[in-house]
Design a protein around this ligand. Structure first.
Ligand code: GCB
Length: 611
């Protein structure tokens, strides 16, 4: 009975995909591609002169836009011709990469920058399709190929693609992208955050070639109710997709099975397994999974494990697990800026490993795909988060749809990663009816797309019945989540470190508790006694006090202190200390370990697996 209900959930989830994401390709790192990374010409356009005519009407909605429209990449026809821009004479930025850390003039810039690149492309087979894929563009991208608008994407941290088969030429293609990172009240995130609003084409850009009918997406996971069954689906797109054969092979497990697509190109998958080596932090085994459909064959590396909660325990492969974690921003060590390379992801996760972590909270937005793929390989469990942060416009339907779309895109990208345990809906959002409805709807959406993961959100703690020494989570959203998580800053924003000794916790729900944040600011190399703000000693002392306090929560199943490395934030202005850096890192941006690093490492070395 349970198995049937699970299958129904999966069927529902593939239907959700066909409605929500008609063309987003998954597994882009294992498909044939041509990279468009490199040096792109750019024009800074604070007044959006290349987008609107002087009556403030968008050029791309005019029948005859005229030469002022930047997406046309116009050139003067002769010496008398007036064209007031020239991409080819403009400077270049490296793609992928944020603009703020590539040019001193753009360090604080928030607004529109136009990017342009040129390329040739030859298909390997004339009947093939070609997709133009962006790993992420912050925040809004308007994309034009050879003078034709392909579309607009909103949301700075998730992938999107366009089918460009009909627009592509063999020679002299020009691709123009208008990137706008202005913060907006109705945006996701909204105006106010505590991180740098890095603008630009921040992740890989590539042309991906597929056969006319192709594997768009698949979801292959262990059935949480049965450790010897793989359950999921493969979804074909392009042309007539019903009644087609899809083959799944896992050579190491002697699996080679065929399935037939039933409708909308979806083939439901049920595979019996024997002798599986389950994925876990101590055995991060990944199987090579081969998927074949029509003319296409692709591989992925997938780990198999079960995940559920039982009372206040988190069970990984039926064993309780304590999440020894650290929060991470997608900020590049040493040189600054947004992380986008495998090397940078490796540096951050290597530090997490050195700290003794088996878990990372990727705050406060979806990080690049390398992070989760490396986490799969390294055996690090992951919390992924939607950028619903602080004060979103809860009543605005477009804001909700934007948040839902960003969530759909990250789930589409990462749902086959064994490391991903938790989809977090939001961070520190103030309760209200509109907010509760917004988050509940979002959580329902996540569950429909992915019935195998746990749902959470970083909530807030407060006084229990007006008593400041007893703390609780008083938030209607606790009913919806699988894991109770909250941020707390007792001893930093709330009193001094020794206040931790007075606090007791009254959490009434029998669900696992993860402390999603705690911490203190310290600048590396600043020393003082344990009550001197910004000293390493204060941070060290508060870490010790906090860990002792949190250990008294009976349901405690994990922590992810704030934060692995110092990160840029325009909110942090204290001269000589912050200088636009949030200093709560256990490691400085130059890789120097502060005293609190060793406190947490020692705690993790001695930490029991279960409470
Ligand atoms: C928080 C936020 C985080 C901030 C942190 C801080 O609660 O979730 O984004 O950076 O506090 O440093 O104040």
């Amino acid at each position: 009975m349970k198995k049937i209900s699970f299958l129904i959930l999966f069927i529902a989830s593939c239907w959700m995909y066909s409605i929500a994401q008609d063309s987003l390709l998954s597994n882009v790192y294992n498909r044939p591609f041509q990279s468009l990374n490199g040096e792109w010409n750019y024009i800074v356009d604070p007044y959006e002169n290349g987008f609107y005519n002087y009556r403030y009407e968008p050029f791309d909605q005019q029948e005859y836009p005229g030469k002022g429209a930047f997406f046309l990449n116009s050139k003067p026809a002769d010496k008398t011709d007036l064209v007031e821009y020239d991409f080819d004479q403009s400077a270049t930025l490296t793609v992928p990469g944020d603009w703020n850390s590539q040019s001193a003039y753009l360090y604080y810039y928030e607004g529109t920058v136009w990017y342009k690149t040129a390329f040739d492309f030859s298909k390997t087979n004339q009947t093939n399709r070609v997709f133009l894929y962006f790993g992420a563009v912050n925040y809004q991208a308007d994309v034009y190929l050879n003078g034709v608008k392909l579309g607009t994407h909103i949301g700075g941290f998730t992938p999107f693609n366009f089918d460009v088969t009909d627009q592509l030429q063999e020679k002299d293609n020009f691709l123009v992208v208008k990137v706008d990172n202005k913060r907006k009240k109705e945006g996701v995130p909204t105006l106010n955050t505590d991180w740098w609003n890095y603008g630009g084409i921040t992740r890989d850009v590539k042309l991906i070639e597929t056969p006319a009918t192709f594997i768009q997406d698949y979801f292959i996971q262990l059935n949480p109710e049965n450790k010897n069954h793989l359950t999921g689906y493969v979804k074909l797109s392009g042309g007539a997709v019903g009644g087609k054969t899809v083959r799944i092979a896992i050579p190491e497990l002697d699996i080679n099975q065929e399935f037939i697509t039933i409708s909308e190109g979806v083939a439901l998958v049920e595979i019996k397994l024997k002798n599986v080596e389950y994925w876990s932090p101590s055995t991060p085994h990944l199987y090579t999974v081969e998927l074949t459909a029509q003319a296409e064959k692709m591989v992925d590396k997938i780990g198999f494990r079960t995940l559920k909660t039982e009372g206040h325990h988190i069970l990984l492969n039926d064993e309780p697990v304590f999440l020894k974690g650290i929060s991470i921003h997608e900020e590049r060590p040493f040189s600054g800026g947004r992380v986008h390379s495998i090397e940078d992801a490796m540096q951050l996760l290597t530090w997490a490993k050195e700290l003794g972590c088996n878990y990372v909270r990727l705050a406060h937005y979806p990080h690049n795909e390398h992070m989760v793929r490396l986490a799969d390989q390294l055996g690090i469990m992951v919390w992924e988060e939607n950028p619903v942060y602080w004060t979103i416009s809860w009543d605005n339907e477009a804001t909700y749809l934007n948040a839902e779309n960003q969530l759909t895109e990250v789930i589409t990208r990462d749902k086959n990663r064994a490391s991903v345990l938790i989809w977090s809906m939001a961070n520190e959002t103030p309760t209200s009816d509109a907010r509760n409805q917004f988050l509940t709807k979002l959580a329902q959406h996540a569950r429909q797309l992915d019935p195998t993961r746990l749902i959470s959100a970083a909530l807030e703690q407060r006084d229990y019945e007006g008593n400041p020494s007893v703390r609780t989570i008083d938030d209607p959203f606790v009913e919806t989540v699988d894991i109770l998580s909250f941020n707390e800053y007792i001893g930093w924003y709330d009193g001094l470190p020794e206040k931790c000794r007075e606090i007791t916790w009254k959490i009434t729900q029998d669900k696992p508790v993860i402390i999603s944040e705690f911490g203190a600011g310290a600048k590396y190399g600043v020393h003082g006694d344990s009550l001197t703000r910004w000293s390493e000693e204060y941070q060290e002392n508060l870490s010790k006090e906090t860990l002792q306090m949190l250990d008294k929560i009976p349901q405690l199943q994990g922590i992810s202190p704030w934060i692995l490395m110092d990160f840029r934030s325009p909110r942090r202005v204290l001269p000589g200390i912050q200088d636009h850096w949030n200093r709560k890192g256990l490691i400085s941006e130059m890789g120097e370990k502060k005293k609190a690093f060793w406190v947490l490492k020692a705690y993790y070395e001695g930490r029991k697996v279960r409470n």
